[in-house]
Design a protein around this ligand. Structure first.
Ligand code: DQA
Length: 149
């Protein structure tokens, strides 16, 4: 079976497409999923794609990816990025590389978005490139898998 990459999306990302389009664009979460599955096909990954508005779901899915021995996680924790010690602890607890992704350039936005708890334990961070950031993160995980680092 192909190695698995979990793509985990946090609160309000179910509203992509209609939510603040000047900031997040017009692509829907279904469009993002398609993009991730195409990137998964290119790099030989099975994609598990999830979204929740609840912090505990995100923690449980990160733990699940760790227990399943996933090849990696692409994590857009949305607003929880900037608030959640629980998500930081979950990412730190697993031996699976996590790439933090944001559609918008959080560093060009309000100061509270410049802080990421998740980033302290993430392997890398991609932001500001729109939905293609997810595909780039999947490519990055493929590179890490080849390098074995
Ligand atoms: C986001 C950026 C976060 O600051 C915000 O709370 C989101 C989306 C992004 O993808 O740009 O919900 O993670």
């Amino acid at each position: 079976m192909a190695p698995t990459v979990y793509v985990i999306n946090g609160p309000n990302l179910n509203l992509l497409g209609t939510r603040e389009p000047a900031t997040y664009g017009r692509a829907t979460l279904a469009d993002v999923e398609t993009l991730c599955r195409e990137a998964g096909d290119r790099h030989g990954f099975e994609i598990v794609f999830r979204q929740s508005n609840h912090e505990g779901d995100l923690v449980s899915w990160i733990q699940e990816a760790g227990a399943e021995g996933a090849a990696g996680i692409v994590l857009n924790a949305a607003a929880y990025t900037h608030t959640s010690v629980a998500l930081l602890d979950a990412v730190a607890a697993i031996a699976v590389p996590v790439i933090e992704v944001h559609i918008s350039n959080v560093h060009a936005r309000e100061p509270f978005r410049h802080v990421s708890y998740v980033a302290r334990a993430a392997k890398g961070v991609i932001c500001g490139l729109g939905p293609q950031g997810y595909a780039l993160a999947i490519a990055g995980l493929a590179g890490l898998a080849v390098k074995g680092s």
